[in-house]
Design a protein around this ligand. Structure first.
Ligand code: IMP
Ligand code: MG
Length: 180
């Protein structure tokens, strides 16, 4: 059922469920016999993370970190990204899969990869719910993508605008949400 308070879905719950199930099976195949640890990037990835983890039918561990990005248009790198809460698990020698809500400019993911590589994992890949390739400012490899979307600000299913709308059970365009 659509939530009348929060605009129309641009990606429906059922479409996400199907896509995440398929992606979970792919990831399970790719990581069979490996020492997989999923790392959720909070806050945005919390909903996707919970559904993705349950769609991967092999043994794995989970951990989380919190990043914040201060945007500064005057800086060439678009601002500074920092880890405000770090992992509680050792990842050295392990097969790490970063779980992101959305890759936009690419600065956050580039920073995260650089930081996590310092901890010497056996492998490091990234999975994102949404990808906005038109917005990319820095080239970064994204290994698993659920949905590609155009250059439009979206909320819901973990994604926020001013820290709200994360509890929407689907992805909606911000224009639809604030217009209502
Ligand atoms: P990047 O460093 O520009 O790739 O930014 C990635 C982060 O910006 C994401 O993890 C989100 O928190 C935020 N972000 C980018 N685009 C959107 C959007 O359309 N809706 C909500 N958050 C977004
Ligand atoms: Mg994020």
């Amino acid at each position: 059922m659509e939530n009348k308070l929060f605009g129309k879905p641009v990606i429906h719950q059922e479409a996400m469920r199907k896509r995440i199930k398929a992606l979970g099976a792919t990831i399970a195949k790719d990581y069979e016999g490996k020492d997989l640890i999923l790392i959720g990037v909070l806050k945005g990835a919390f909903a996707f993370f919970a559904d993705l983890a349950r769609a991967i039918p092999i043994p794995l561990q989970v951990d989380f970190l919190v990043v914040s990005r201060l945007r500064d248009k005057r800086r060439k790198d678009g601002g500074t990204v920092s880890i405000t809460s770090d992992l509680s698990t050792e990842i050295k020698g392990r097969d790490v899969l970063i779980v992101e809500d959305i890759v936009d400019s690419g600065y956050t993911l580039t920073f995260l990869k650089k930081e996590l590589l310092k901890k010497n994992p056996n492998s490091l890949k990234c999975c994102t719910l949404l990808n906005k390739p038109e917005r990319r400012k820095i080239q970064v490899t994204v290994d698993y993508i659920c949905f590609e979307i155009p250059d439009r600000y979206v909320v819901g299913y973990g994604l926020d605008y001013k820290d709200k709308y994360r509890n929407l059970p689907y992805i909606a365009s911000l224009e639809n949400v604030v217009a209502e």
